[in-house]
Design a protein around this ligand. Structure first.
Ligand SMILES: *Cc1c(COP(=O)(O)O)cnc(C)c1O
Length: 356
């Protein structure tokens, strides 16, 4: 049966990415060897990482002065690497969810952290508005897309200090104005590649202004100097990332990706809004994520939630159970998810509602 993969992460990858990765596991670049068993310093792999970095710059329109890095440790490692390298005295953070608050916890190890606003008391169901970012902080950190709660900030905030953003779950879904940023990072396993690599895009002249000693592996300058090859990089995920980037370029780049993402999300939100059985959990429609659509059953149908999950899985729909901290449903509509899968989910919602 055809599967419709709505998992939140690791999550769906394009057939192009999976097929080409499978091919390279058997025979990489006509070497007669698997990509799993070849030196990361071979000229064939050097070509892979070079092309992947160049495509990131091309697709995201990254200006000169920024470096593209491929690191291990997940986005969670960036929660400490960012302040290690960029927080001299004080930083501002916006608390919009579990990932944001994990980043805040790490930053506190390095200096003063001003949490400018939080929606924690309201279960992170909206993006706080009207906060002020002080002008005396080293940077303002925020999470563009709150994967667990289905809220998203799709414009680069206007503040007096440089931005740093965790874009793990919505990178490659919109343009980024890099002139406002010192760093952007994203774990690969939502919109790019299998788990194991983290994409970091960092402004080179923002580095080197910190007095504290930085362990070699946690210093961005190490990885810039060595082209992400100070130690063995995650070879296979980088290879898959290259395939996804080629696929993105072929589709028409960021504008095309954003258009497709908005179309999918609009279809599903409309279906939820039109239904008597389902309701969205994000309180302000302007904050709704186009990547992770969170919804629940209205109180009178609440006890049917697990029945709906079973109903869906019988139709090949997988991964729609909400995060354990939120409950209900979460449909993740990452770039690789075909619009057809969204239509199948909507049909299942209609059919289930008609029969209950
Ligand atoms: C998934 C996710 C993370 C955690 O990523 P790891 O690579 O598992 O450390 C961090 N931030 C956001 C926004 C995420 O969606």
């Amino acid at each position: 049966m055809k599967k419709h993969n709505f998992y939140a992460g690791p999550s769906i990858l394009s057939e192009f990415t999976i097929q080409n990765t499978a091919d390279a596991i058997l025979n990489f670049a006509d070497t007669g060897l698997s990509i799993l068993e070849i030196s990361h310093r071979s000229k064939q792999f050097q070509a892979v990482i070079d092309e992947a970095s160049a495509l990131v710059k091309e697709i995201l329109d990254v200006p000169a002065g920024f470096e593209v890095l491929w690191l291990g440790g997940g986005a969670s490692m960036q929660f400490c690497m960012i302040p290690y390298n960029l927080l001299a005295k004080k930083a501002a953070y916006l608390d919009t969810g579990t990932w944001a608050s994990n980043a805040i916890k790490e930053a506190r190890l390095f200096g003063d952290v001003d949490v400018v606003a939080s929606s924690k008391e309201e279960g992170y169901t909206f993006i706080p508005k009207g906060f002020t970012v002080p002008a005396d902080v080293d940077y303002f950190h925020y999470t563009t897309n709150n994967t667990i709660y289905g809220t998203e900030i799709r414009t680069d905030p206007d503040v007096a200090v440089p931005l740093v953003a965790d874009m793990s779950s919505d990178i490659f879904s919109r343009k980024i104005d890099f002139s406002k940023y010192n760093a952007v990072y994203a774990g690969a396993q939502k919109n790019l590649a299998p788990a194991g690599v983290t994409l970091v895009i960092v402004r080179e002249d923002a580095l080197g202004h910190i007095d504290r000693p930085i362990p070699t592996m946690l210093d961005y300058r190490t990885h810039i100097k060595k082209g992400s090859m100070f130690n063995t990089p995650p070879v296979l995920p980088i290879y898959s990332a290259l395939q996804t980037l080629r696929y993105y370029k072929q589709l028409g780049g960021i504008e095309a990706l954003e258009r497709r993402d908005i179309e999918k999300a609009t279809l599903l939100y409309n279906a939820i809004d039109d239904s008597k059985m389902f309701t969205g959990t994000v309180t302000d429609a302007a904050d709704r994520s186009i990547m992770n659509v969170c919804f629940v059953m209205t109180p009178e149908y609440k006890e049917l939630e697990s029945a709906f999950v079973d109903f869906c899985s019988a139709r090949g729909i997988v991964g729609i159970k909400g995060h354990r901290s939120v409950g209900g449903f979460r449909a993740s509509l990452y770039n690789a998810l075909p619009i057809q899968s969204v239509k199948v989910l909507i049909e299942a919602m209609h059919d289930f509602e008609a029969t209950h």
